[in-house]
Design a protein around this ligand. Structure first.
Ligand SMILES: [Zn+2]
Length: 240
């Protein structure tokens, strides 16, 4: 029990650091949240209680089952079903992040697909899928991921990709670890900004299928370097 408690403490600390990094790097705003599957129990995940992200500490983490339910009686995020439905649909996923990543947002409402244009974006694959809430729910919804049925469809749109966009709302990143998801969120933001800039100055040459495959493997091995760099920037900013 003590061993599992201290293992959980490490996981909670990583979630808090990830949240701080995402805020400090301009990826997470007031409404983002990041979760992680419970290491010894794939049917559960950890996510902070409903708070402003910058206020979250290790004491604010709640445990949910894969229906998004918790026995913790503190308030929970309404969008927790984004997390629960993805964990249910994707056994390979260990971490889920929802943000309104600013440079990515335009790709939630234009007909231009978000595709990789540099080696750092190779992990994206051919193009980021977009979940369109209007397909089933018409054009009078709140555009929110607040119900299990909407979030089941978000997970379906995600399919086997590392990221899905919610039309006219935001971004969901997934991965095999908290660090991988932070890395992907940072480089998705950077890739979107690069593509937007490129589209304004000329014809874009996207990564080829072979480059996506080969560069994806190379960059995927650099995740800890990114984490160390962004953690150091937190310390320099007096935030850690
Ligand atoms: Zn949102």
């Amino acid at each position: 029990m003590t061993e599992s408690k201290s293992a959980h403490d490490k996981v909670f600390a990583e979630l808090v650091t990830a949240t701080k990094i995402l805020i400090n790097e301009g990826i997470m705003d007031t409404f983002g949240h990041i979760s992680v599957r419970v290491p010894e129990d794939p049917e559960s995940f950890f996510l902070a209680q409903k708070l402003a992200p910058s206020a979250i500490t290790v004491n604010d983490i709640q445990r949910f089952n894969l229906d998004g339910e918790t026995s913790d009686n503190r308030p929970s995020y309404l969008e927790r079903y984004i997390h629960s439905e993805i964990y249910k649909a994707r056994p390979d996923v260990q971490c889920v992040l929802h943000t309104h990543s600013p440079a990515v947002l335009p790709y939630c409402f234009v007909d231009q697909p978000l595709r990789p244009v540099t080696h750092m974006g190779a992990f994206i694959g051919d193009a980021v899928p977009v979940y369109e809430i209007r397909d089933k729910h018409g054009d009078e919804t709140d555009l929110f991921g607040g119900s299990p049925s909407v979030c089941r469809d978000i997970a379906e749109s995600l399919a086997s990709y590392p990221v899905v966009l919610m039309a006219r709302h935001g971004v969901v990143n997934v991965g095999k670890s908290v660090r991988e998801v932070v890395f992907r969120a940072f480089y998705l933001e950077q890739e979107a900004a690069a593509l937007t800039a490129g589209l304004q100055i000329g014809t874009v040459k996207y990564l080829s299928p072979g480059e996506i495959k080969t560069a994806g493997k190379l960059v995927g091995a650099q995740i800890d370097r990114g984490w160390d760099h962004w953690s150091q920037r937190l310390r320099q900013a007096g935030l850690a």
